[in-house]
Design a protein around this ligand. Structure first.
Ligand code: CP3
Length: 344
């Protein structure tokens, strides 16, 4: 079957499109009644592991919101579970790892595992989702970046100051290197398995890279993110996403990717100039702006589109994921505003 030239994939390649494609991080999630209903009946890991449920959760927002891409329903931490770290999603508190990694000995104690067999449920979902989407919109696969995954492995949960994580690279740089090399290897394999199953683009989430100094990013993070991006099957667009990285944009660009994620802390035109116009960008509405009136949302969408200036290679998105209390009709108003105001 001939693949239609989807606006999302065209924008990843910086080709002109008849409107600016839009999708949202966490477009499937707790702000949606359909998700909350399923979540009341199943644990989060169960939703990820039962591919029929993951498929339903992925496809519902595509139909309801009219977005131009689907994102696989899964989580960046799933890849850590087979390492034997005791991953648990406790209600309300977010994810916890019961056996965090704090030393070189802990790094070496992480279980080796087969990415293809241990995470086969993810690829099962990818196949079912592609079938269900019938080529109407492309499917984005994803993984956590080595640094963001390492920070969960080491802290054991979300963190404010990343003290344990930074202490490992300050005090045991060899152990840090071994950990990051292992993560980069499994993440690359994981993304390529998603691609083999049908993912048409991939996003790498380095959500917490913004806590790093530019020098530390360059020395302790950039080579491993670059290794992941370099390992991705050629021809498949890679979105390099991070938040709080306005001061790191040159390094983020150097790590690679066909599309660079920009959050709302930088004006889109200035962020795009910083990463270079020879790469596509994704962003960058403040997720909290979706709590404003639809009229106000529309004017903020217009502002971002004005800064993109019709240049090919802009994918509209939030600067981070949709927040749980966001009104669904405001999300729809945002998607409609992007399509209406960017039509050319
Ligand atoms: O974007 C999508 O719609 C696809 C699915 C997706 C989820 N998590 C589902 C999820 C994606 C792409 C992620 C990525 C993810 N997971 C990141 C990177 C993006 C980001 O938000 O910065 C991170 C850091 C995680 C780790 C994680 N998973 C946290 C911190 C939490 C709890 C806090 C929170 O934001 O919900 C999760 C749980 C999680 N992942 C939920 C969903 C829908 C909520 C689980 C629930 O229903 O209780």
């Amino acid at each position: 079957m001939a693949t239609p030239n989807h606006p999302f994939l065209a924008a990843c390649r910086r080709e002109p499109t008849s409107f600016t494609p839009v999708w949202l991080m966490r477009q499937a999630g707790r702000y949606m009644e359909e998700y909350r209903k399923l979540r009341a009946q199943h644990g989060f890991l169960e939703l990820c592991k039962k591919s029929d449920l993951a498929t339903e959760i992925t496809v519902t927002p595509v139909e309801k919101l009219g977005v131009d891409a689907a994102i696989l329903f899964a989580d960046i931490l799933l890849i850590l579970e087979p390492m034997g770290v005791g991953l648990e999603y406790s209600k309300g508190d977010g994810p916890v790892l019961h056996h965090p990694v704090r030393s070189g000995k802990d790094v070496d104690g992480l279980k080796e595992f087969n990415v293809e067999t241990e995470l086969s449920y993810v690829y099962e979902s990818v196949k079912k989702i592609r079938k269900e989407l019938k080529n109407k919109v492309p499917l984005i696969g994803f993984a956590g970046a080595p640094f963001t995954l390492a920070s969960y492995l080491i802290e054991g949960a979300g963190s404010r100051n990343y003290v344990h994580t930074k202490r490992l690279f300050y005090s045991a740089p060899e152990a840090w290197k071994r950990l990051m090399e292992r993560l980069a290897k499994v993440i690359g394999e994981y993304l390529n398995c998603q691609i083999a199953a049908g993912a048409q683009a991939v996003q790498i989430f380095d959500s917490w890279a913004g806590c790093l100094t530019p020098n530390d990013y360059e020395q302790f993070v950039q080579p491993y993110t670059k290794a992941v991006i370099d390992a991705v099957t050629p021809g498949v667009p890679v979105i390099n996403f991070s938040t709080g990285t306005t001061g790191l944009l040159k390094n983020i660009r150097a790590a690679g990717g066909d599309v660079i994620g920009l959050d709302w802390r930088v004006n889109l035109d200035e962020g795009w100039a910083a990463v270079g116009h020879d790469v596509a960008v994704q962003g960058n509405l403040d997720p909290v702006a979706l709590f404003a009136s639809p009229k106000e949302i529309k004017s903020r969408v217009a502002e971002i589109l004005k800064r993109a200036a019709g240049r090919p290679g802009h994918i509209f998105n939030l600067g981070h994921g949709v927040l749980p209390e966001t009104p669904v009709d405001h999300v729809i108003a945002m998607v409609d505003a992007v399509h209406e105001l960017s039509a050319r």
